[in-house]
Design a protein around this ligand. Structure first.
Ligand code: NAD
Length: 493
């Protein structure tokens, strides 16, 4: 049995704790490795390693820090297949999907490589007579990232690319369910020229997370995961005086208006509902069918679902893989026993669900009641609900009344209504005929309501703001001609 180590001070370090957490191959159900969960002392060692490395890394020129990001970008690109294959073996998503994840992660290294331009401050000459005022953005110090199982490469890259290039050092606590990619990324950062100690990984669970949240040397915490844990991270970090951004769960609505092109909307609903087995925070989990579009849309979605090939990542023809664990698969399956909707396609009946892997084929539930668990809960699996409403206004009210506010999309040919939707919806990311509107890396990613606790979104311009603090300097150089004693409050006129 392989033990998953930590990464501290530029190398792998075997864990010494007693708690061992299983890592499965979800396609076979086999136990493949064990995470030796970090003890609080091991977390402290990682933070101290980051603290020790930070002054020298901060002192490296902006060009040097950007150069490391350039090299890292190239190395990730070169090792894309290896990263994607490793990721699939622990997560279960298809290799093509995993490679897509790596590409979206890589965008963040590309953005961060532009830091010399992005970290320029402001300058006001002659703010008062002989006085200039300027602002500079400085790193926070040691920052921590805590990440979920569903994007084990991309989400850490959302965080550490910007954090590092801004001159911080980093401690990552990846998901214990698919931890190996974090070590591969750590090694690529080392090979890219990042000094030892600037990037560290502690493997583990709540014990490791709590040790990071309590550590006085951790200045800021970035979190991505479920809403209850995001709330806990936000409250605990805030109480400890840390800066925090905590992204939570989602229930993303795709609104389909009567004028939409039904085949296009059905393709989009199926791609966004069942890609990565529905284990995406930007997955479409509810289709809101407005007016008469319901019946033809449900027929078109059903027809497409029946053609989806479910299988292991080792099957090059597979389009959808298993779920992350047997426990999660059973939880998702159990929804199909509930009342509150008509099960049109039942993923439990597919032969592949009888094997040892954690498979559940796509399911479609029509006429979902909004008081039922189908609608209320974030199921986080391949179960797509359809809610039927009569009007655009009812559809928007559903999106806006939902406690989550991560992403939403509208499918229509009417530009005026699409523009109205973009104005009306209470949601952080909106797609117009785009079902998974994950912003490109030079915008920022974040939901509203219980999908994000904190002020700044993740990556892009908000990411750099999150990982820096602004200092404003007011400066006057000696000029005897304008010097005098004045006990009044400094004024500029
Ligand atoms: P999770 O909340 O169970 O775990 C996320 C991280 O928190 C992991 O590293 C885990 O070890 C740690 N953790 C779990 N329980 C904890 C506790 N009680 N105290 C402290 N730390 C704890 O989430 P997950 O199951 O890994 O990922 C799926 C969830 O993440 C879904 O809800 C999904 O919507 C969400 N997600 C959100 C986004 C987003 O950008 N908003 C992106 C990806 C995933």
């Amino acid at each position: 049995m392989r033990d998953i180590p930590h990464w501290i001070g530029g190398r792998e370090v075997a864990g010494t704790g007693d708690v061992r957490l299983p890592v499965f191959d979800p396609a076979t159900g086999e136990l493949r490795a064990e995470v030796v969960a970090a003890t609080p002392e091991e977390v402290r060692a990682a933070v101290l390693s980051a603290r020790k490395a930070q002054p020298a890394w901060r002192a490296a020129s902006l060009s040097r820090r950007a150069e490391v990001m350039f090299h890292f970008r190239d190395l990730v690109d070169e090792h894309r297949k290896e990263i994607a294959t490793l990721l699939s073996s622990e997560h279960g998503k298809t290799v093509a999907d995993a490679a897509g994840e790596v590409t979206r992660g890589l965008e963040n290294a590309e953005f961060a490589a532009g830091a010399p331009h992005l970290l320029k401050g402001d300058y006001s000459e002659q703010a008062a007579t002989g006085v200039d005022v300027y602002s500079i953005q400085q790193p926070l110090g040691v920052v921590a990232g805590i990440t979920p199982f569903n994007f084990p490469a991309m989400v850490p890259m959302w965080m550490f690319c910007n954090a590092l290039v801004a001159g911080n050092t980093f401690v990552l606590k990846p998901s214990e369910k698919d931890p190996s990619v974090s070590l591969l990324l750590a090694d690529l950062l080392r090979r890219a020229g990042l000094p030892d100690g600037a990037f560290n990984v502690v493997q583990g669970d709540k014990v490791a997370v709590d040790a990071l949240l309590a550590d006085p040397d951790v200045q800021a915490v970035s979190f991505v995961g479920s809403t209850p844990v995001a709330k806990y991270i936000s409250e605990t970090s805030t109480r400890a005086g840390k800066r925090v951004q905590a992204l939570g769960g989602a229930k993303n609505h795709m609104v389909v208006l009567p004028d939409a092109d039904v085949p296009t909307a059905a393709d989009a609903a199926v791609s966004a509902g069942f890609g990565s087995a529905g284990e995406r925070c930007m997955a479409v989990s509810v289709v809101v069918a407005v007016g008469g579009v319901g019946a033809p849309l449900v027929d078109a979605i059903k027809e497409r679902i029946e053609n989806i090939r479910v299988g292991p990542a080792s099957d090059p023809g597979a389009e959808m893989g298993p779920l992350i664990t047997g426990e999660h698969r059973d939880r998702v399956r159990s929804y199909l026993d509930h009342d509150g909707g008509t099960v049109v396609v039942d993923g439990r009946t597919a032969p592949i669900t009888q094997g040892p892997g954690f498979f559940l084929a796509p399911s479609l539930v029509d006429n979902v009641d909004i008081d039922s668990p189908y609608y209320r809960d974030e199921i986080f699996g391949p179960v797509l609900s359809v809610v039927r409403v009569d009007t655009y206004e009812e559809a928007v009210a559903l999106v806006n009344d939902n406690p989550y506010g991560n992403g939403t999309a509208i499918f229509t040919r009417d530009g005026g209504v699409a523009r109205r939707f973009q104005y009306d919806v209470v949601c952080g990311m909106v797609g117009v005929n785009v079902p998974v509107p994950v912003p490109v890396a030079y915008y920022s990613f974040g939901g509203w309501k219980t999908s994000l606790f904190g002020d700044l979104h993740m990556y892009g311009p908000d990411g750099l703001r999150f990982y820096t603090r602004t200092k404003v300097v007011t400066s006057r150089w000696p000029d005897p001609a304008t010097s005098e004693v004045d006990l009044g409050f400094p004024k500029v006129r």
